[in-house]
Design a protein around this ligand. Sequence first.
Ligand code: SF4
Ligand code: SF4
Length: 147
Amino acid sequence: MSAQPQKPYRKNVHLTFPPEISGNPLVCNLTRLFDLTFNILKAQITPRKEGYLTLELMGDEANCTKAMEYLREHDVVVTPVAQRISRDEEGCMHCGMCTAICPTSALRMNLENRTVTFELDRCTACGLCTRVCPVAAMHVELENGHY
Ligand code: SF4
Ligand code: SF4
């Protein structure tokens, strides 16, 4: 029996860079030092030069953990995206409006039971769903009042 190919480890993280380190090539080093690849899901820099970056990381799980330690040692605040978003399960009425706007299909209509499923692992905390939900069931932690 042939072995199933291993699913690559993926993790979405949100990084906050204080102004004094915003010019350092820390993110490039994730590839060089830890053999990780990444997609930039969202990037923002404030007028005060504080940087925000949401990344999808791919690679070895142990290396990913080491890479997060490396970033923290260099004063980057690392927050798993899953800690920044939540759904009010009691409040959601499964209308499906958010499924049309969610760019990653983290919110999807289950056609069998007509309920909307929420897959945290796919979420990038972009905040789009919070703008269309008629009952404000989706919550995303804000940065300086902006998504
Ligand atoms: S838009 Fe709001 S109420 Fe409707 S399915 Fe999405 S989270 Fe639930
Ligand atoms: S914040 Fe909402 S719209 Fe954006 S990826 Fe997550 S679930 Fe989808």
